[in-house]
Design a protein around this ligand. Sequence first.
Ligand code: ZN
Ligand code: ZN
Length: 328
Amino acid sequence: MTATPEIVTPVRPEELQIQGNAMRITIGVFVVVPLLAVVAAIPVAWGSWLSWTDIALLVLFYAVTAAGITIGYHRYFTHGSFKAGRGVKILLALAGSMALEGSIRQWVADHRKHHKYSDEVGDPHSPWRFGTSKRAVAKGLYFAHVGWLFDEEQTAIEKYAPDIKADKDLEAISRWFPAIVAASLLLPALLGGLITWSWVGALTAFFWAGLFRIAIVHHVTWSINSVCHVFGTRPFDSRDFSTNVWWLAIPSLGESWHNLHHAEPTAARHGVLKGQVDLSAVAIRAMERAGLAKDVRWPKPERLVKKLEDPTMAHRIRGYRAPSATSA
Ligand SMILES: [Zn+2]
Ligand SMILES: [Zn+2]
């Protein structure tokens, strides 16, 4: 990918709606169709090639590795949403590395650059990179989803993630990355084999809790870069095209409340409106109660109100209390 990025011209939300169909088709082809094909195979596989053991291992490894990305790589290492001791830091780094999204240093550098230039020239993965016509956004969605990973231009770690580079523990974990990748694939197979005491059990666990699980974690993470900068709602002023996408909230462990995240990048909770499920924030709260997370940067309702595009939505912010009317 050597296309020259263009300066993105601002687009009003209503214009985004008009372009919806072409984008939906693109998303469908690249994101949903391959996954649907695998899901369609489930009834065929059920019994001999898919068991409850596989599903339990799939959920377990999904939860650990997706949380490694959302709580570890993203909220802790990139944005410093909370402080943690050495043991927790190492566990988060290992869990995140097991998602096979590259080393922490590169992930953090790319993501910090994304926030600095969000949807402008310099953003490593903006879906608006090629312009705002239907064709340009369809191409941009593909680029933001996976194309950018093959971009020759790499974000400079020295500039964007010097703190991660200087950490000796993280340095060692980066060196052990190939072994962690192997463990991420082989552990499910080992557990599946031991639980069912069969080679078939090892093989099916390898497929579902290893390969299939990694594919879903990847697509969900990448959807934050593609889908969550095009579709959905934009209740907060974030100076870019980031959106909140409700249907990705559960699989993304709360990361799809991405419009709020761009408005308040260091906040430990992204789902700040009532009813917005944010499982990563729930886990961080539990870590805080257990003494494993300190100085957590919980979003402040009074601050959030000022960032709302529509001030009449203030009552929808969690924990917000309207200033009581004072009699004259
Ligand atoms: Zn973003
Ligand atoms: Zn971020």
